[in-house]
Design a protein around this ligand. Structure first.
Ligand code: DP6
Length: 324
């Protein structure tokens, strides 16, 4: 039996979204994206390769997965076995540290932690760029969770250069997020299926990578200027452009729930009172508010009038991958 290795990876929320693949097998995106890694939400994953095992055994939050459910994990392990010339199956024990019922259990932190723990346990010594490319094969958003702070996933041209780079691992100005948990249930249409349907059917999709590329350049400038309002405006507009593509797919769909629109309305209202707060959303109904730590107490006070206090989670920027 080889030594167990444990890695921790934090989840990230995209300010410029990844939406649509040019190569679904290698998970090469149609556009580059940019995210903020979050401190309080992370996954700890321990991997042990052993010649005693007859198949990969995967448990998430104490639940043993079936062979079918662990297929995506085994696919990533297969890539690692090939690279490392490792013959053995692996035991994978993964714990998501996300406040109860947050519905944020994320493939980003999960596959980044798996890539780090499994590659090391298999005897590979990968640098962060290689880890980022490996994590990408598990889930696109995991590409960015290798690094802390602001991270850019450069779409590249193929497997060799589609990877994340750190833009600012330690952020030197006041920015964080408040997650409004509206529905902790699993998403109705997984992001993978949702983006595939959009790419295949939405007549508006070709406009997306063009717009996202412009938004990304503007976002990088906004970050350099430490301009919270500009960052928020760009993130909000980019997220809504992404969500517009779901409405124009066949069959059409949306990740919005009635409460999502209420939250959006509320944030717009708070902004009209002079608070700097902006929203973004991923492939689910939860709303993430981009704001400063300084104004968080005032924003929280207002949000608490509409949402239960334990559905409002404050998240400051977090670090990249670490071995425990
Ligand atoms: C809306 O990374 O979950 O959150 O690559 O198919 O595993 P796969 O998809 P995933 O998609 C994330 C989409 C998003 C935007 C983003 O995180 O950039």
């Amino acid at each position: 039996m080889n030594q167990p290795v444990t890695a921790r990876a934090h989840t990230n929320i995209a300010l410029i979204k990844y939406w649509g693949k040019s190569d679904p097998e290698l998970i090469i995106p149609q556009n580059s994206s940019l995210s903020l890694t979050l401190e309080p939400f992370y996954t700890d994953t321990t991997v042990t390769f052993s010649n005693q095992l007859t198949r990969d055994q995967v448990s998430i939050d104490g639940q043993q997965l079936t062979v079918a459910a662990s297929q995506r994990v085994s696919q990533l392990l297969n890539l690692i076995r090939q690279q490392a010339n490792q013959q053995n199956f692996a035991q994978v024990i993964s714990i998501n540290h996300v406040p109860t019922a947050a519905g944020l259990a994320s493939s980003a932190s999960g596959f980044a932690a798996l890539a780090a723990a499994a590659s090391k346990a298999a005897g590979l010594d990968l640098d962060r760029q290689a880890l980022s490319r490996l994590a990408r094969r598990g889930s696109g958003s995991a590409t960015r969770s290798v690094y802390g702070g602001f991270v850019e996933w450069q779409k590249g041209h193929g497997d060799a250069d589609s990877q994340a780079i750190p833009l600012q691992e330690k952020i030197d100005f006041d920015i964080q997020m408040i997650v409004i948990v509206l529905d902790p249930r699993p998403k109705k249409i997984a992001s993978r299926a949702g983006m595939a349907r959009v790419v295949a059917t939405s007549p508006y999709y070709p406009a997306w990578p063009v717009a996202a590329t412009k938004d990304l350049a503007a976002m990088k400038t906004a970050i350099l200027k430490k301009d919270l309002n500009l960052i928020g405006q760009l993130a909000e507009a980019n997220a809504m452009k992404m969500h517009a593509t779901t409405l124009s797919a066949t069959p059409p769909f949306t990740y919005f729930e009635p409460e999502t629109l209420q939250a959006i309305d509320l944030i717009q209202g708070l902004r009209a009172t002079g608070l700097s707060c902006y929203y973004t959303m991923d492939a689910g109904p939860n709303v993430k508010v981009i704001c400063s730590a300084k104004e968080t107490p005032a924003i929280l006070a207002r949000l608490r009038q509409h949402f239960p206090a334990d559905h409002l989670l404050v998240a400051k920027p977090g670090p990249g991958i670490a071995y425990l």
